[in-house]
Structure formats: C-alpha cells, structure tokens
Design a protein around this ligand. Structure first.
Ligand code: PFF
Length: 530
C-alpha cells in the first residue's frame, strides 16, 4: 500500500487532540521533577526564570510546533522527517527528524521504568506493604533501593527483585496495546478518561494535603523566595537555575522534540491551533504549579522538615511513602497519588512512541503491526539496558541527560529557526492564525524570530561553559570516557540514532520516488492560495 492510498488518520474531536497533547505534557515532570526543582531553588525564586522560560520559550515553541505540524499534515506527512523536509527542502533537514524520533524513544526507554515503579507503588500502598510506620525512614530507603536494584548492576534480573520488572512489563504492554489501537481508539480514547481521572485523584490528594495542620508552613517553604541562605538577587544570579528552569519548561510541556508536531499533523487544516496550543499549555501549568507544586513538598515539609528536600526520586519514592504512612487517611491518599502518577506517566509515554510509528508507516511503508513490533523490539532492548545498569541508576541518568536535556536543546534550536527563518515569520503567522479562535499577539513573532533562539543559544553556551569549568569527575563529557556504563549508554543511544537515520534515508528515497512519479502528497497548493 502506498502512502497515498493509506487513509489519513485524524483526531475524532478538537477536545480529543487538546486532551492528548495535555496528556503528553502532564506527566512525572509535573508531579515529581517540578516540585524537586522548585524546592532545590527556593520555590518562589525559581518561579521567575520558570515563567520567563514559559513565555519566551515554552509557549512560542508550542505555537511553532502546532503550526509546523498542521502545515506538514496538510501536505500528507505525519513524521517530523517528512514535515521538516516539506518546509525546508534540504538534504539535511529530514535527518533532524531522526533526532525527533531518538529523543522521545530514548526518553521512553527509562520513563517506562519509572512508570512501572509508580504502578508498583500504587499497588504496594493499596495492599499496605509499603507501610513501615512513621519511624522506619531507613526501611523506606532500603525498600526503594532493593526494588530498583540501586545497589548493583544486574540486580533487577535476579528473582528476588523481579517484582519491579513485572510492573514495568505491564506498563510496556499497555503502551503498545494502546499504540497499536491507533490514534483515536488508542491514544485519544485513553486520554479522554485518564486525564479527568488523574485530575480528580490529584484534587482529592490536594484536598487532604491542604487540610493538614500547619499547612501554611509547608506552603511557605515551597513558595516563599527565602533569604536565609542567600539574598534574593544572589539566588537570581545562579545560572544553573535558569538552565534548569528552561529545561523543565521543555520537558514538562513536551515541546522541543517533535511530539506536538506529530500530534498536530492529524489536525484538520482549517481547525484552530492557536487556542488549542494555549489551552494545553495552560492545562499543563495548572497541573504543574497548581497541583504538583502544592502536594509533595508542602506535605513532606510538614512531616519531615527540611529533610524532605531531597532529589526527585527520593522525594517521590522514599520521603512521600513515609509521609503517607504518617498522615491520617494516608493509605488511600498515597494509593491515589501513585495511581495518578501512573496515569500521568502513561498518557505521556504513549506520545513518545507515536512519532516513530508515524515514520515507519509513512516512510518505510510498514503496516501498523510491523511498525509496532519493530519499535517494541528497539524499546525493549533499551529498557532492558536501563534496567540492567541499575547501580546508582547511572544508565537512567545518562539517558535522561543526553536525550532528555542535551538533544532537546539542539532540536529546539533547529525547530524554532526552521519556523522563524525557513518557513518565515509572515507565512508562519498566517498558518497560526488560519482558523484561529484567538489572535496571537504579533509580538510573539518577534520573540520567535529573535528572542527565543538567542535565549536558547545563550542558555546552551552557558551550559557548555559550566561543563568546561566543572571538575573532571562531574563533567558530562569526561564521564563518557571515564565511566564504562556512561560510555555504553551513550554508545547505545548513538546506535539507535544511526538506525533511525537509516530509516529516514530509506523514507526520503521512498518520497522522492513518489514525487518523481508525479504522486504528490496531498496537493494543497501554496500558502498564498489558502
Ligand atoms: N511532559 C512529560 C512530563 O512532564 O513528564 C514528559 C515527556 C513527554 C517527555 C513526552 C518526552 C515526551 F516525548
């Protein structure tokens, strides 16, 4: 079957696509990563670079991706490679599409592991197996360490800690079943009930947290820009905080790596995207700041004091279970909390798979079953790799850094330049406004063309500088040479990247053949005529 004879997939409703994009955005980043970062950088102070990054990077990038995606979709493409090529006819451009597959798929390989932990913790909470009482702080740590195989490589493959693997396998199967069912019957259907369900769970948990005694001190700890440790201005001068804030905005909104491009390519060519983009970005912020920021840190602070300010994982999987064990109604609240984490993670991980499936279907001409099988094979290998090298979660951390942070910066710069300079601001703005239900203030076009790329490059340059002055042990580049697990992890990702480049090369050959035989993708004419 050629691409043209394949019926074009579309979302069944506008509400459906907004929920799917919001579902991709709302995830572990909102409920674990954000509170961890906000607490690390003194809450209130962190919100300044955070919201600046939202307005100068996150929101513009969301509009860019929605419009590039719909533009490409109208030309018959759903994969980032095809869409980039339809905008910038250059030999290089589709290969950025390989990066737009590598980032989500690479993230999936470790995200699904954490998703499995969440499901497991919901189960252990519900069945009371995670209740060591208020004084068993060490036991909570030991439980997590044993459960995740933190102590040694290969621990996850021994029978005694097999439970983690079972829960992760359940998540794996769920993801692939839903992806196999397709856009509307899988992703859209699931998000339509999972998103309201997770918000209801979060509101119940929030209700319990806000009615705890002394909650104001917990909220104060989370949100006041404190001055005990340093002055407000000194806190603002911390470049790492700006870097982390920008990274969090990308990761949390699911922008910068081609997910929204793919989702928006299934939108009708005259359907609104301006308001849809804003709605899903606002929905994510509500869940992140309004829900995520109000639950874990304030609750942990009340029961555990400043000791609660721990890394993302220890906050979620060591401190919180203990807090729930101490709190009245804690078992129910804790179960709901981990279940909502699991739902949030699942709606996000689904979105990581769809872009690669889209390329295999339209570029390699594989049917759904084969695409799902190929991607299943690649991601099982990746997740098995992450699970094996579990000592200190080093493989997970390496994947998270190189694909979940570094590659996102590279791809974001490419996408924003593609829109601002290759599609062109004038045509781009027309695309955003076609069918729009709100008028995007034109100032954002100036931001997209100049401010966002400069901001991104500035943050990136600062990061490189930080690496250069960082001592060898903690330097990300040096670690690749010095540590064999880091080297193997980066090597694994490079191999997957090469494979995706080969997929893209084959797809380009396929598209060229179609084009030379006069078989155009959907012929929609040029912008001027639309
Ligand atoms: N936005 C998700 C979160 O906040 O947890 C994470 C995410 C989703 C990352 C989709 C990457 C991705 F492709």
């Amino acid at each position: 079957m050629t691409q043209n004879s394949r019926p074009r997939e579309t979302w069944s409703s506008r509400f459906g696509v907004i929920l799917a994009v919001t579902g991709s955005a709302v995830g572990l980043g909102n409920f674990l990563r954000f509170p961890g970062l906000a607490a690390k950088y003194e809450g209130g102070a962190f919100m300044i670079p955070y919201f600046i990054a939202f307005f100068l990077l996150g929101l513009p990038m969301a509009w860019v991706e929605w419009s590039i995606g719909r533009y490409g979709g109208a030309r018959g493409f759903n994969s980032a490679a095809g869409i980039y090529r339809s905008i910038w006819k250059n030999r290089l451009s589709p290969y950025f599409g390989a990066l737009a597959m590598l980032v989500p798929v690479g993230i999936y390989m470790y995200y699904v592991v954490i998703e499995g932990w969440c499901l497991a913790y919901a189960w252990y909470m519900a069945s009371g197996q995670l209740n060591f009482g208020a004084t068993g702080s060490e036991q909570y740590g030991n439980f997590f360490s044993q459960f995740t195989g933190l102590a040694s490589d290969g621990a996850n493959y021994s029978l005694s800690s097999a439970p983690a693997v079972i829960f992760i396998a359940i998540c794996f199967v769920l993801n692939f079943v839903l992806i196999y069912r397709g856009l509307t019957k899988g992703i859209e259907w699931f998000c339509k009930w999972a998103m309201p369900a997770l918000v209801i769970c979060a509101l119940i948990v929030l209700g319990r947290v806000l009615t705890l005694d002394h909650i104001t001190s917990g909220l104060g700890f989370m949100w006041n820009p404190r001055t005990e440790s340093m002055s407000f201005w000194k806190a603002m001068a911390d470049g790492n905080m700006w870097l982390d804030a920008a990274g969090q905005i990308f990761f949390s909104l699911s922008v910068g790596f081609g997910i929204i491009i793919n989702y928006a390519s299934y939108v009708g060519r005259n359907d609104d995207i301006a308001l849809s983009a804003l709605t899903s970005a606002a929905g994510n912020e509500f869940c992140e700041v309004g829900l995520g920021g109000m639950i874990s840190i304030p609750a942990s602070f009340i029961f555990m004091g400043t000791a609660a300010v721990a890394g993302t994982f220890s906050l979620g999987f060591v401190v919180l279970p203990q807090v729930f064990a101490t709190m009245p109604l804690g078992q129910i609240v804790g179960t709901l909390f981990f279940f909502l984490l699991f739902l949030a993670a699942l709606t996000s991980s689904l979105s990581m798979l769809q872009p690669a499936i889209a390329l295999m279907e339209e570029g390699l001409n594989l049917n759904r079953k084969t695409s799902v099988a190929v991607l299943g094979f690649i991601t099982v290998l990746g997740a098995a790799f992450v699970l094996y090298f579990s000592k200190d979660l080093l493989a997970l951390d390496t994947f998270d850094f190189w694909v979940g942070t570094f590659c996102i910066y590279v791809l974001s710069v490419f996408q924003i330049v593609l829109f601002g300079w290759f599609l062109g601001i004038k045509r781009g703005y027309e695309e955003i406004q076609r069918g729009a239900e709100i008028r995007v203030p034109p100032i954002w076009m100036f931001i997209i063309k100049y401010i966002s790329p400069l901001y991104l490059l500035g943050v990136f340059a600062f990061w490189i500088y930080q690496q250069v002055i960082t001592p060898r042990g903690a330097n990300r580049f040096a670690q690749i040479i010095d540590n064999s697990v880091v080297m193997a992890s980066v090597g694994f990702l490079i191999l997957v990247g090469i494979l995706f480049c080969a997929f893209v090369a084959q797809s380009v050959r396929h598209w060229k053949k179609q084009e030379s035989s006069g078989q155009q993708h959907l012929d929609v004419g040029d912008f001027g005529g639309l």
